[in-house]
Design a protein around this ligand. Structure first.
Ligand code: KG4
Ligand code: ZN
Length: 334
């Protein structure tokens, strides 16, 4: 089965041509630059940028793959959750291609695709605990199988990636702040500043990051934004974030243990899983345990169409096709 998949839920325009033997014939991710000057994603500008680029990268992807539309068996696109304008553009484009080629259209859930992305390159032993760390989500899921997915905890305010981006902005770094903070932290002293770890000691699996951002803001007001300060604060911020994440993972495992559920794998997915420091901290902690820490391939960490294609390949196309499925900004996992 050859799938043509489109991802446009936020500010990445991406297309992928993949077959059911995991061959990726082409995968293009176009990150919209326009948002950099605004320090965050502007939905209307994202919609326009998707419209401008989608047709071009579709043609590029076909050329690179050596395939034609008549070779494609299924068209898939992200239908939610995400920004409604961008979702409508990608899904309507994919539906039109499906109608024109007389092939099925399969609507795909963006979050489910992130959660299942490490099944592409790992032996996925269930039960699995998945940490979804993106610009819009910070969530812990329990996966008993590909179909049995349960949300255990989530952020009550800002998402982790959003916090990286806001802290980056406060430190005068480029957008997106995540990779910039990671770079600056390399030369910094992570013990220079003690930052709060909100909700870490509360008996639930939820997160809160807004207080952390406020604490950084207060330090920025009291100090000069010189190179040393930015490096030290970046490093201290990363240490604090990894403490929060590890603390919540440990709490989740303990709670599941009490219910006699033994976790076999922990996956870390979404854009923040690009952060080597955080991933190493988690890996190191579980090094001597039976729990294996797994990640998606690099191209499936940030928003991308390959994870959409892969999710589609794992579904029964006959029962999941639906040309009339509406894009939904709050789409839930079934
Ligand atoms: O999953 P993603 O590409 O898009 C969303 O669905 O939101 O995640 C984007 C987020 C941004 O907030 C970005 O700053 C963060 O991922 N990010 C990172 C790193 N690379 C990307 N955060 C920390 N460290 C990184 N190396
Ligand atoms: Zn995402």
């Amino acid at each position: 089965m050859l799938v043509f998949a489109i991802e446009t839920s936020c500010d990445e325009t991406s297309v992928c041509i993949m077959d059911s033997d995991k061959n990726i014939y082409s995968h293009i991710i176009f990150s919209q630059e326009i948002h950099k000057i605004h320090g965050g994603v502007v939905p209307e500008l994202a919609s326009r940028a998707h419209l401008e680029i989608l047709q071009k990268i579709t043609i590029q992807a076909l050329k690179k793959s050596g395939k034609t539309f008549s070779d494609i068996d299924v068209f898939a696109a992200t239908c939610g959750p995400g920004l409604i304008g961008p979702l409508l553009i990608g899904s309507t484009f994919a539906k039109s291609l499906a109608i024109g080629s007389n092939k099925p259209f399969v609507p795909i859930n963006h979050i489910e695709s992130h959660l299942l992305s490490p099944t592409f390159n790992n032996e996925f032993r269930y039960p699995n605990l998945c940490l979804l760390l993106t610009g819009g989500h910070t969530e812990i899921y329990l996966l008993d199988s590909k179909e049995k997915i349960k949300l255990l905890g989530e952020t009550l305010d800002d998402a982790i990636g959003e916090t990286f981006d806001k802290v980056g902005k406060l430190l005068g770094l480029k957008y997106p702040g995540g990779p910039e903070i990671e770079k600056n932290a390399l030369d910094g002293n992570e013990l220079a500043y003690t930052l709060p770890t909100p909700m870490l000691n509360e008996d639930n699996l939820n997160f809160s990051f807004s207080g952390l951002k406020t604490a950084v803001n207060q330090l920025v007001k009291k100090n000069n934004l010189n190179e040393k300060f930015v490096s030290d604060l970046s490093a201290s911020f990363q240490l604090c974030v990894s403490k929060i994440l590890l603390g919540k993972i440990k709490k989740t495992i303990k709670k599941l243990d009490e219910k006699s559920k033994k976790i076999h794998t922990i996956s870390v997915v979404g854009g923040v899983s690009n952060n080597k420091y955080i991933c190493e901290k988690i890996k190191n902690y579980f090094k001597k345990t039976h729990i294996e820490i797994i990640f998606p391939i690099k191209d499936m960490m940030s928003d991308n169409a390959a994870m959409i294609a892969w999710n589609c390949i794992n579904k029964n196309t006959k029962s999941h096709q639906d040309l009339f499925f509406n894009a939904n900004p709050r789409l839930k996992i079934n």
